[in-house]
Design a protein around this ligand. Structure first.
Ligand SMILES: Nc1nc2c(ncn2[C@@H]2O[C@H](COP(=O)(O)OP(=O)(O)OP(=O)(O)O)[C@@H](O)[C@H]2O)c(=O)[nH]1
Ligand SMILES: [Mg+2]
Length: 365
């Protein structure tokens, strides 16, 4: 199921809410990120709108603002409205009725990007599970007409009986997906056991920080790299031969983001679990991003959520070839300044990895 069509370029307008004027900067940067997400899903952003007020129970933003947005939609021919915060099923319905358009929030957008980028069987199953979990409470008469391709606006939704059948089908499908995911998880467990005495390093960090680029450098691999959010969804594991006979096992993982939908965290649990078995984390940071320290905090919050908050970590300030100024953070020993793209600063990092491998081998033999 794809919410934002894969092929058709949708024109969208973005909407955010700041509780008070002090919160405005934060909301602005969150909307910039939402714009990146929209582009990664193939949509064209027509405008970004922020209102300062408390959330309204009916429309989330104020009624007058909704009218203004409606005019804007008509003016620039947008066919999608994206809200930065989670909408309740009722708010989403009210907005869709007022705009006569599809209205989604950040969670659906992220789920959609995951659906577009899912390549492996495990990623596909996990995304589908997250989508169905998200959809189930929203499966109502008024909502379903947008999910029907030919139906279009004004088409009647299914009757109550049909709705019950649909809900039951979704629940059955959810149960089946969970079973399949569990089976794949067991295969992963077996693989993991075979590596249990090897030194395991996982690359983690905010989406688009350059994890896969660094992974490719360290392991001479060729996983997909792109200037888009959530290029990588599944973990890839490769070996780097260091001092014979010891080896380092590297794992590249899915990136994190602010307001990651909890359905995704839940269904990607087994992929994310991979991280919690690592002996060392390389926390990759895009140091050219003005908001990098905020993103470090966001990443740490997700790590805690998946029980990986206590694993020894090296902070890797990547993209130093385009970063303005990160000198203020030079003090700590476990920070490395590199450019994975331009192959800068990697020797220091490799030396540290070899040193840590040595310590690990000493401990385990
Ligand atoms: N300038 C510069 N760009 C880089 C560097 N490292 C990575 N990039 C670029 O940053 C973008 C994202 O790189 P990826 O390696 O795909 O990032 P990722 O962290 O794996 O991203 P996701 O898998 O989407 O979470 C790509 O356009 C890379 O070419 C670097 O050191 N300098
Ligand atoms: Mg990646």
């Amino acid at each position: 199921m794809v919410w934002v069509n894969e092929k058709i370029v949708e024109k969208c307008i973005l909407v955010g809410l700041a509780r008070d004027s002090r919160q405005k900067n934060e909301v602005e940067s969150s909307l910039d990120e939402l714009a990146e997400l929209a582009k990664s899903a193939g949509a064209k952003v027509e405008s970004i709108n922020i209102q300062v007020r408390k959330p309204d129970p009916k429309y989330y933003v104020g009624k007058g603002f909704v009218q203004m947005l409606k005019e804007q939609v008509a003016d620039n021919g947008a066919n999608l409205v994206i809200f930065d915060d989670p909408l309740s099923p009722a708010q989403q319905r009210n907005l869709e009725t007022t705009f006569d358009l599809k209205v989604i929030d950040r969670s659906i957008l992220i789920l959609d990007i995951f659906a577009l980028h899912a390549r492996t069987a495990a990623a596909k199953l996990q995304v589908e599970l997250a989508q169905l979990e998200y959809m189930l409470p929203r499966l109502t008469k008024a909502w379903s007409h947008f999910s029907r391709q030919e139906g279009g606006i004004g088409t009647k939704g299914p009757g109550e009986t049909q709705l019950e059948i649909d809900r039951r089908r979704v629940r059955t499908k959810i149960a089946q997906l969970k079973k399949d995911i569990k089976r794949l998880g067991q295969q992963r467990d077996t693989q993991r056991k075979s590596r249990q005495n090897l030194f395991k390093v996982a690359l983690i960090g905010y989406t688009n920080a350059g994890k896969s680029t660094l992974f490719n450098r360290l392991t001479k691999s060729n996983v997909e790299v792109a200037n888009k959010l959530f290029t990588t969804l599944d973990s890839t594991t490769r070996v780097m031969s260091s001092g014979y006979p010891d080896k380092i096992i590297f794992t590249d993982t899915v990136g994190f983001i602010k307001k990651l939908p909890h359905q995704l965290v839940a269904s990607f649990k087994s992929t994310l679990e991979e991280v919690s078995y690592a002996d060392l984390l390389l926390h990759v940071v895009d140091s050219s991003d003005p908001l990098y320290s905020d993103k470090i905090e966001q990443t740490r919050a997700v790590l805690r959520e998946i029980n990986a908050g206590e694993i020894p970590t090296l902070l890797i300030y990547n993209k130093i070839d385009v970063a303005e100024n990160t000198e203020g953070n030079n003090q700590e020993a476990d920070i490395f300044h590199v450019s994975a793209l331009k192959n800068l600063g990697l020797e220091n990092l490799r030396n540290e990895l070899s040193r840590q491998l040595g310590l690990y081998s000493y401990k385990t033999y």
